[in-house]
Design a protein around this ligand. Structure first.
Ligand code: ATP
Length: 883
């Protein structure tokens, strides 16, 4: 492959492309592909250089407060207090280590999030078609694209079947481009090189086989990626509000620290000591861990969701998930199993089962031809490949295939039938048109077979074939067919109509008409077992479920009723009926409509819009190429992992790995839990910091000795902040999380109730700390500042560590138990051990300016530290009982 490529790929013909890329229509061998992967690297856009752990560590010190603290510690070291400097520096280093670990962990989780949703590509390697992660693509790979795929590498089209591509991400041009496989001689701009596809485009129609010419940063999008490579993770709304709040809080704490500094100086404390104390207070009180805790809790939440089959593509979605109040869900495959089995068949004006079809009758034979030939599926080793609607028809045919019908065995296997009546032309199925047609040579005549939605296809039939010949389609016959369709649909069956015509005309959407009607085949697609329960759970959680389907209204309503989506007073609308409604009319009706049938992708956008006008947070599922705009418009766009197109996955914010509706409800529960956990962690951090500030302000204003030495404040910051807060963030889902109404998305975390709780709990701890302080100060005959400080310090750290248990949940510990969250117990045990070391190990005691106390005083500390938790638990217990 070393040869220079003087002309661009679009100017080369197929043979030359294959020669230069040393590949063929069979693709590369696996070995060669592996070799090239080493040579060219993975097919991914390289992101801006990552920060090293060292740099992140150093950045932890690039905080004004920390710098002042270091300077102050150095200065005090010169004035003789070397020990205290060492302690301060080591605590700061430990803090920075903790901060670095948090940062790296948060980044790792974000990365694994990205890896989960990377697109797949269908390649031919060694002559075998396989699906691989698009990052594994190398130049020379043969890739097949079809409607709904994302183009994942630049390539030259070698075989084109009406491929249409949207290249707007590259060229800005929003119209679809018709592609070709012919050589282009002249020099053309990118947008006009119609025999090439470029990474980042979307396949909107048709299919093609493409040889990869460039991957990764060598692709056209890779070349401009440097310009648009915005690697900065966008902050989620919650992060943004909390960051904003932390900023304001930090400013307020600085003001308080300056005030405290002034008071210390005024009371005659040495300049450096005053500074040290004031700055340590600021460091301890500013909740710097807030932002990374939010990221980590959200990221851990998404990992849990991924295990439960819901892949979240960005953190912001976790927040919106918790507020979802309307879920618009597809029917087929999401609420139902997408396991179709053929039921009754209506042909020749009578109803029969598949085994009653008689191939000696031309009518029956043609119906079977249509079912097998206008059909892209296959059954390999008993496994259906392709669309279940289609392979159920194939398996129906196989049921008959082996049968001895009146001694006249149906000899043609479906393989043989398909090879004898080879396909000449086709128009694939799309959910807008709801038809699929293909043309074959039958008895030497070009014959078009079409199958599709009854209402659509029947309108295009001008004749009907009965057992004894062809008759014009009359209103009476039409009425009969429609009545039969209704009867099947009322049983929740999916109905397909079949028709044919002989025609030499080139097949096009325009001439998909003038057909001869053959019959109807009904199929059953049972609801998923979990759907009913999931819909009921959603309802209990204040979430409305709406069914949106391409299927028939009566079928959809029957299934919706069985699953519990459709209540008696509800209504069902078709896409057409929806089109007839004005926005104002739709707004009046929307709350009553729980089933939308025969919808087009545009209808979906209108439905999302209407619900959003009502202030609802809407989740919308989709799988097709055309669903992308609706998925983007919805607050939570949900794509199907198994049956969904790459385009829909790209547009969605969540992917259901199992295509299952019930997974959405689990994800909502997780979203709510993540939010509650973050709120609880914030409550823990802020209430604890508040108690320290109150205690310091109190003593400063009363001109009493300072309650905490600077090193003690840093210790409090290290031991009682991040770890317990993170542990609270890991709290498992509360069983009643889905029994409450969705949270109002406009309401931030800092609601009035939250602030009340914060002040109440922080105040309670502060009162106990101040009480301990007084007991220490007046415990002996002389005023004992050291004992006061030790007691205040011990009470504050222990009370805060215990408070970690309170903040886990709104329920009492009796209800949630200690074993529910081992992280929380672990954080407590670790913190408690460290506090004991500071209080009782002589050398450590000295470092932290802690003195030995009397037995009674230790008991007083224990009592006062336990008091806030006992009171808070009591309140929770009473509330639990009442609920
Ligand atoms: P949902 O939107 O809930 O997934 P759906 O799968 O029924 O519903 P579509 O796939 O858009 O929606 O199908 C719409 C209609 O088109 C079906 O009711 C059926 O009549 C017809 N149809 C479905 N699949 C095919 C197919 N492969 N060939 C021809 N017609 C089809």
């Amino acid at each position: 492959m070393g040869e220079e490529v003087a002309m661009a790929w679009y100017q080369k013909d197929r043979a030359e492309t294959e020669r230069l890329l040393e590949s063929s229509s069979k693709g590369l061998s696996k070995k060669e592909a592996a070799k090239r992967l080493c040579e060219y690297g993975p097919n991914a856009l390289v992101e801006a250089e990552k920060k090293s752990a060292l740099r992140i560590f150093l950045e932890q010190f690039a905080d004004l407060m920390v710098l002042i603290l270091i300077v102050a510690a150095l200065v005090s070291a010169f004035t003789g207090d070397v020990e205290s400097m060492l302690v301060i520096v080591s605590v700061l280093v430990l803090n920075a280590v903790l901060g670095t670990i948090q940062h790296v962990k948060a980044e790792k989780s974000l990365e694994s999030l990205k890896a989960l949703s990377s697109p797949r590509a269908k390649v031919i390697r060694g002559g075998v078609k396989m699906e691989i992660d698009s990052a594994q693509l190398v130049p020379g790979d043969m890739v097949s694209y079809e409607a709904g795929d994302m183009v994942v590498a630049d390539g030259r089209i070698l075989e084109n079947f009406s491929l249409q591509v949207n290249e707007s991400s590259l060229t800005g041009e929003s119209a679809n481009v018709d592609k070709s496989d012919a050589v282009i001689k002249e020099e053309l701009a990118l947008a006009d090189r119609i025999n090439m596809v470029y990474s980042g485009s979307l396949v909107t129609y048709g299919r093609a086989n493409v040889m990869v010419t460039a991957t990764g940063m060598e692709t056209e999008i890779g070349k401009i990626a440097g310009l648009m490579n915005d690697t900065k993770e966008k902050k989620t709304p919650l992060q943004a509000t909390l960051d904003d709040f932390s900023g304001k809080l930090a400013a307020a704490i600085m003001v308080i620290s300056i005030l405290v500094f002034g008071l210390c100086m005024w009371r005659g404390m040495a300049l450096m000591n005053s500074l040290l104390f004031a700055v340590a207070l600021a460091v301890a009180a500013i909740p710097e861990a807030l932002s990374s805790i939010v990221t980590i809790v959200q990221a851990m939440g998404t990992q849990k969701m991924a295990k439960e089959q819901a892949i979240i593509k960005n953190l912001a979605a976790v927040e919106s998930l918790g507020c979802v109040s309307v879920i618009c869900s597809d029917k087929t495959g999401t609420l139902t199993q997408n396991k179709m089995t053929v039921q009754e068949i209506y042909v020749g004006d009578r109803i029969c089962r598949d085994r009653e079809l008689d191939v000696s009758k031309q009518l029956h034979r043609y119906l079977l031809y249509a079912a097998v030939l206008a059909n892209d599926s296959a059954i390999v080793d008993g496994e259906g490949i392709g669309d279940p609607t289609e392979y159920s028809l194939l398996s129906m045919y196989r049921n008959i295939q082996g049968l001895d019908l009146d001694g006249d065995k149906l000899a043609l296997s479906d393989h043989l039938l398909r090879s004898m009546a080879a396909r000449l032309e086709e128009i694939p199925f799309d959910s807008d048109r709801k038809l699929m047609s293909s043309k074959h040579l039958i008895h030497g005549r070009q014959t078009v077979f079409t199958k599709g939605a009854v209402d659509v296809l029947l309108d295009r039939c001008v004749f009907i074939r009965l057992e004894d010949g062809i008759y014009p389609m009359t209103e009476e016959i039409r009425g009969k067919i429609l009545a039969q369709n209704e009867a099947f649909s009322a049983q929740g069956l999916r109905v397909l109509a079949f028709a044919y015509k002989e025609s030499e005309e080139k097949l096009s959407r325009e001439n998909e008409r003038d057909f001869i009607f053959l019959g109807l085949i009904s199929q059953m697609d049972p609801p998923r077992e979990e759907s009913m329960e999931a819909v009921a759970r959603a309802k209990a959680a204040g979430i409305r479920t709406v069914m949106i389907t391409g299927d028939h209204k009566v079928t959809a309503t029957a299934i919706a009723r069985a699953i519990g989506i459709f209540a008696e007073e509800d209504e069902a609308r078709t896409g057409q009926e929806l089109d007839a409604l004005s926005d104002a009319e739709l707004d009046m009706e929307i709350e009553r409509i729980s089933v939308y049938a025969r919808v087009s992708p545009e209808n979906k956008i209108r439905i999302v819009d209407a619900w959003q006008r009502k202030g609802k947070i809407v989740s919308m599922t989709g799988d097709g190429v055309n669903d992308a705009p609706a998925l983007k418009k919805a607050d939570i766009g949900v794509a199907m992992g198994i049956t969904g197109t790459e385009v829909s996955k790209d547009a969605a914010s969540m992917i259901l790995a199992d295509d299952n509706f019930a997974t959405i409800i689990k994800a909502v529960a997780n979203g709510r839990t993540v939010y509650n956990n973050i709120r609880n962690a914030v409550l823990y951090l802020l209430s604890g910091n508040l108690s320290a500030i109150i205690a310091v302000l109190y003593t400063s204003l009363l001109a009493l000795p300072i309650p905490f030495a600077a090193v003690q404040l840093l210790f409090i910051n290290l031991v009682t902040d991040s770890l317990p807060a993170l542990a609270i963030g890991m709290e498992p889902s509360d069983p009643d999380v889905l029994r409450r109404k969705p949270r109002d998305p406009k309401q931030g975390i800092l609601t009035r109730d939250f602030v009340r709780l914060l002040i109440g709990q922080g105040g309670l701890i502060a009162v106990c700390v101040i009480a301990a302080y007084w007991l220490g100060l007046t415990g002996s005959s002389a005023e004992n500042a050291a004992a006061a400080s030790t007691m205040a310090f011990a009470t504050l750290t222990l009370a805060r560590l215990l408070h970690g248990f309170n903040c886990r949940s709104r329920h009492s510990l009796l209800q949630i138990g200690f074993a529910g969250n081992w992280y929380s117990l672990g954080a407590f045990v670790l913190g408690f051990t460290l506090v004991l070391m500071v209080l009782f190990l002589a050398p450590v005691m000295r470092l932290f300016s802690v003195v030995a106390l009397s037995q009674n005083q230790y008991l007083e500390i224990l009592g006062l530290a336990l008091l806030p938790t006992l009171l808070i638990q009591l309140v929770k217990l009473i509330r639990d009982r009442r609920e």
